[in-house]
Design a protein around this ligand. Structure first.
Ligand code: SF4
Ligand code: SF4
Length: 228
């Protein structure tokens, strides 16, 4: 059965008083092909299991049976490896897990996540992120606008932002990325200058995803706030 993994969870970072966000994030663990039951147990406890056979697979909890959405950070782990196919496992020891193939391009990065998470026991760990003060995700972004964004720009008196969009197929792109080293053109001193009308992709981006931690690591040398 194919699982729909579109999520729409608004994360309002807010600006003003520094905001610390506590996230229970899944830990990446590796398992041999003979240990699928243990891998599934890890996934159902909230972790991300990587089953290493000739092909590598990601297993995460598929969520409640009546729910079409996998848990948020599982969904984003699948996005992090840019998997274009995923499915709920409907039989065998991994029943109730969502499975996605990990392509060769992603193995090195996935191994880094597995190695990083060896320091933490269990299937999940709590991490505290200083989201308001960070803005690291604004350095490496590909923001695609939807119709709601377009309407918000217009209603917010910022139709001028639409003049700068480019198109790729049916997608309308807001050119936020100047170079790999420089952030979104709308980020100044770690503050979003179009915060009130910022696109949905910026609003939806969840704290504690691999994409968040990778952005932080690229910018600060560590995925975690100092002292965490
Ligand atoms: S990189 Fe993570 S912690 Fe920093 S602003 Fe983005 S979502 Fe928040
Ligand atoms: S529009 Fe704002 S929130 Fe979105 S990437 Fe740019 S600075 Fe960050």
């Amino acid at each position: 059965m194919r699982v729909r993994l579109r999520v729409r969870v608004r994360v309002d970072f807010g600006y003003g008083a520094p905001m610390l966000e506590v996230v229970v994030r899944p830990l990446w663990r590796e398992f041999g092909p003979e240990r699928v039951s243990a891998a599934a147990k890890h996934a159902k406890a909230g972790g991300i299991a990587v089953v290493k056979d000739r092909r590598w697979s990601l297993l995460g909890d598929a969520g409640p049976p009546e729910d079409e959405l996998a848990p948020l950070l599982v969904d984003w782990a699948i996005r992090a490896i840019e998997a274009d196919r995923w499915a709920e496992v409907t039989e065998g020891p991994a029943r109730g897990c969502v499975e996605a193939k990990i392509t060769r391009d992603w193995r090195e990065r996935v191994q880094e996540w597995i190695d990083r998470d060896r320091a933490f026991p269990g299937a999940t760990t709590e991490a505290t992120f200083d989201c308001t003060l960070c803005g690291a995700c604004c350095y490496d972004n590909k923001v695609v606008l939807d119709e709601e964004d377009v309407a918000r720009f217009r209603a917010g008196g910022r139709a001028d932002l639409l003049k700068r969009t480019s198109r790729k197929g049916v997608l309308r792109l807001l050119p936020l990325l100047r170079t790999k080293e420089k952030p979104c053109v709308h980020l100044q001193r770690n503050m979003c200058t179009i915060y009130d009308v910022r696109p949905n992709m910026c609003r939806d981006f969840p704290v504690g995803t691999e994409q968040c931690m990778t952005s932080r690591e690229d910018l600060y040398g560590t995925p975690f706030p100092a002292g965490k």
